[in-house]
Design a protein. Sequence first.
Length: 377
Amino acid sequence: MSSLAPVDVSGRCGRAFTAASERFGIDALLVTSLNDIRWLTGFSGSTGVMVVRAGSSTLITDGRYVHQASEQLSNAGANVDVVLAKDSVDTLESISDAVRGSSKCGYDPNELTVRQLQQYSASITSELIGVDGVIQHLRRIKSVPEQQRISAASEIADRALAHVEPLLTSALTSDVTERDVRDELEMLMRRFGADGPSYETIVATGVNSALPHHRPTFALLREGQSVVIDVGALVDGYHSDMTRTYLLGDCDAELVRMHQLVKEAQALGVRAVKAGVIASEIDGACRDLFGQYGLGHEFSHGTGHGVGLQIHEMPWLRKNANEPLQVGEVVTVEPGLYRVGLGGVRIEDLVLVESTGCHVFTHSQKEHLCLRSPLTT
Ligand code: ZN
Ligand code: ZN
């Protein structure tokens, strides 16, 4: 992945400060989410707190990250002072120094424990004001280098899934477990250049496939079952997300029908994605089709979510999500039908919102109905 252009973060601290100060009247912004810090500065360490102010920003981290922080910040074009703190007391003092002189300091209530809030309140003299999701909102729109990472992660997952299909076919004649398939996928994604899986890979077969977030077990893949595989790769901090459903050998006619319907609903959802469309309308495009067949109750989750530095982030594509999609957002479209005792089907693509439609990052085939073992003569 060495050919990827760096993610240029210059100007992001200023944009975050302006957004928070205009909306909440703050004059300093405390940032405690590591994903937000990475988005603002390019810093990917596991410890850090930031204070963003008009014209200056400070990253407080510990001694392990002294070289990494200065190198990553300069590569990313971040104009941020780095302060090293030796322990938690030192960190609190450094935050207090960086906030000094402000009267209202914003923090994101989604990203602090009650204990941390108590500690910050005790050591910071300015008034602490909850500012909800300001940076997460800005993170919705991905720059071209960010899109390239998501695209590269999607390609890796596509490649790994294509390589794992012979293993699925072999399940018709030998013992293959959900965990075997997961292990193979995760090994292949690393081999193809991923830093790791994007999340815990889901491989769910038979009745397990009726559970949208099933974790792989030693259950054997067997003829007649649906197998839901939800897989993504991680590339330089950015995630991909994709689901395909395979039907093994001769399957119940109901599973075949569910697969056809989910494929149709998913295509309707992808076709509905473009800038300006209200997020709930994408959800409606998928949900309405299931409703026409009396199966709305079997679609038990939202249609999609944003993907970036986090696997689930803004925007949300679900009922009552009344914000319009914007050019540069990366979202999933993933309707599914889940029937307890029989099985489930989900098909998920990752797409980039464009002004006239969307660009699909995930390319794995969706026609994998009734895989069969090769004929022997
Ligand atoms: Zn997924
Ligand atoms: Zn997803």
